[in-house]
Design a protein around this ligand. Structure first.
Ligand SMILES: [Zn+2]
Length: 172
């Protein structure tokens, strides 16, 4: 049993808002932001993650113990089928999981969850990461769209609109 530690693809949210965060030079948060961006960059450029980068991630994990173990009771409704009727029975189960020590709005927690969610995505499968050529946001392109350049149809339309405008002005 290996619990999932983070919200799926949470790193995209954090990377795309990272330039609005105020982080102090030399702070833990700054180190976490760098590590997060370098991990994302290595996925985007399809490069192996260096020993040095892994070492820095582990160093951050040592400095900031962000998750703790927790055990909870969950009730599970079981459907028991017999020949004549359906019987519902509630049974109790324990669930061993983890939770973050800090609140979700804390910057270091945000970066930690982002780093973990990116590592979980890397661990799980190979996936693509790209940056939109219009707005610069990071996104995961759909599997089928091999040559996707935009994070959304909005950006694609906007990009083509601006280019048409520039071409029209150039021909005047
Ligand atoms: Zn975009």
């Amino acid at each position: 049993m290996c619990p999932i530690l983070s919200r799926e693809n949470y790193f995209l949210t954090v990377i795309n808002e990272a330039n609005q965060h105020e982080v102090k030079r030399g702070s833990l948060e700054q180190g976490m932001r760098e590590v997060l961006l370098e991990l994302a960059e290595s996925v985007r450029s399809n490069e192996a993650i260096s020993d040095n980068l892994l070492h820095r991630v582990n160093h951050i994990f040592e400095q900031y113990q962000a998750v703790r173990l927790k055990v909870s009771l969950v009730s599970k409704i079981e459907d028991l089928f017999s020949d004549e009727d359906k019987v519902e029975r509630t049974s109790q189960q324990i669930l061993l999981h983890t939770e973050f020590v800090d609140e979700p709005d804390q910057l270091k927690r945000k970066y930690m969850e982002a780093i973990i969610s990116l590592l979980e995505a890397i661990e799980k499968n190979t996936f693509n990461l790209q940056t939109c050529i219009h707005c610069g946001d990071w996104y995961i392109p759909y599997q089928r769209a091999k040559v996707a350049k935009f994070c959304s149809s909005n950006c694609r339309n906007r990009h083509h609109y601006i280019h048409r405008k520039i071409e029209t002005q150039a021909s005047l």
